[in-house]
Design a protein around this ligand. Structure first.
Ligand code: ATP
Length: 336
C-alpha cells in the first residue's frame, strides 16, 4: 500500500449463495484521485461499494479507507466518507434547504455556521435558485446536484458515487461531471465513481478499473490500458472499399487471426489478433478495388472495454470448457 493510498482492498470477496458477486478484488486508490469503477449491470460494483461503506460484510478479504477497516470500524469510515447512491433520497415534502439542514444537524452543525455552509454549497452546486422548492418537485439532475451538496455537508475526505450520471440529460451530465471533477481538483477529495457509462465517466477519471463478472480485469490510466491491449495482440481496424461486395467480406472473414467483423455504415470494423493492414491493402490492390478508408483503432475506452470483455468472456469459456473436458474452437461473428 502506497503512502498516499486512500482506498484499498485486498482479496475482497463477496459470495451470495452460489454467486460470486466480487472476486478477490485488489484495489488501491490514491488520495485526491478520481477512480472510475466501470462495468455492466451485475458486475459487482454496488456490492464493492456496500463493502467499502461497511453496509455488507465481505466473505473474504478486507477493505480500508484512510487505513481504517471498513467492516470493523464502519462508523469511523462513514465519518470521512460521503456516499451518493444512484437515486438520492430526500424528504420530498421538505425544501432543498430544509433537507440540507436535516443532514447538517445529523452531522453536528447548527446556527449561523450551518446556514452559511448551506449557502456556500447551494451556490457551488448551482441550486440556490431552487432552495425553497420541495425536493419532491426536483428533476433528476437537480436531485443529483443537491445530493452533492448533501454529501459535502459533512466535508468528507472520500466520496463514493454509485451510477451518479444515470438518467441525466446531456447538459445535466456535463454540469454534473464538472462538479465531480472540482471535488478532486479544487478540494483534493478522493472520488470513487461506479458507472457503466464509459464515455462520460472516462472524461473525468484519473484511472479506471474494468469490472467483469465480479473480477477486476484491468486497472490503470486509459492510455496505458490501450497500450497494454496492443501489446497483447488486440487490433481493431476500420476499412471501407469500393465495391463493398461479398468477395471482399469473404476475404476478410477468412483471414487468419480475425475474431469478429461488424458493419458500421459503409465501413467494416474488423477485430483481430494481428495487424491486417498490409494483407488487406494487398488484396484490394491486386483485385482492383478502391480503398476508401483504412484506420487502425485503439486506445479509446469503448475499445478497451470491449476487448477486456471479450477476453474475460473467453477466459470464462475456457475455464468452463476445460471443466467439461471439451476442445475450444475460435468463433467468428459477422453482424450486419
Ligand atoms: P448494477 O449496476 O446492476 O447494480 P453492479 O455491478 O452494481 O450492477 P451488483 O449489484 O454488485 O452489480 O451485483 C453483483 C452480482 O451479485 C449480481 O449477479 C447480483 O444479482 C448479485 N447480488 C447482489 N446483491 C445480492 C443479494 N443481496 N443477494 C443475492 N445476490 C446478490
Amino acid at each position: 500500500m502506497g503512502e498516499n493510498t486512500m482506498i484499498a482492498t485486498r482479496g475482497l470477496t463477496k459470495v451470495y449463495g452460489e454467486k460470486v458477486a466480487v472476486n478477490h478484488l485488489d484495489l488501491s486508490i490514491n488520495e485526491g484521485e478520481i477512480f472510475g469503477l466501470l462495468g455492466p449491470n451485475g458486475a459487482g460494483k454496488t456490492t464493492t461499494i456496500l463493502m467499502l461503506l461497511g453496509l455488507t460484510e465481505p466473505t473474504l478479504g478486507e477493505a480500508t479507507i484512510n487505513g481504517i477497516d471498513c467492516t470493523r470500524n464502519s462508523i469511523q469510515v462513514k465519518r470521512i466518507t460521503g456516499y451518493l447512491p444512484d437515486n438520492v433520497g430526500f424528504y420530498p415534502d421538505m425544501t432543498g434547504r430544509e433537507n440540507l439542514r436535516f443532514t447538517g444537524r445529523l452531522n453536528g452543525l447548527d446556527g449561523k455556521k450551518m446556514e452559511s455552509k448551506i449557502d456556500d454549497l447551494l451556490e457551488r452546486v448551482g441550486m440556490t435558485y431552487a432552495q425553497h422548492q420541495k425536493t419532491g418537485t426536483y428533476s433528476k439532475g437537480m436531485r443529483q446536484r443537491l445530493g452533492i451538496a448533501d454529501v459535502l455537508m459533512k466535508d468528507p475526505k472520500v466520496i463514493i458515487m454509485d451510477e451518479p450520471t444515470l438518467g441525466l440529460d446531456p447538459e445535466g451530465m456535463r454540469e454534473f461531471l464538472t462538479l465531480i471533477k472540482q471535488l478532486s481538483v479544487e478540494d483534493g477529495r478522493t472520488v470513487l465513481v461506479s458507472s457503466h457509462q464509459l464515455y462520460q465517466i472516462q472524461q473525468i477519471c484519473d484511472r479506471v478499473g474494468i469490472f467483469v463478472s465480479g473480477s477486476l480485469v484491468a486497472a490503470g490510466k486509459i492510455e496505458d490500458l490501450g497500450r497494454q491491449l496492443a501489446k497483447e495482440g488486440h487490433y481493431t481496424l476500420e476499412v471501407a472499399a469500393y465495391p463493398c461486395d461479398d468477395r471482399f467480406l469473404g476475404f476478410i472473414h477468412n483471414m487468419t487471426g480475425v475474431t469478429g467483423i461488424e458493419k458500421e455504415g459503409d465501413k467494416f470494423v474488423v477485430h483481430s489478433s494481428r495487424d491486417l493492414r498490409k494483407e488487406i491493402t494487398g488484396f484490394l490492390g491486386t483485385n482492383r478495388y478502391t480503398l476508401l478508408h483504412l484506420r487502425q483503432k485503439g486506445g479509446d475506452l469503448d475499445e478497451i472495454y470491449r476487448c477486456y470483455f471479450e477476453k474475460a468472456g473467453q477466459d470464462e469459456k475456457h475455464e468452463q470448457e476445460n471443466k467439461n473436458g471439451k476442445h475450444i474452437f475460435g468463433t467468428k461473428q459477422t453482424k450486419k
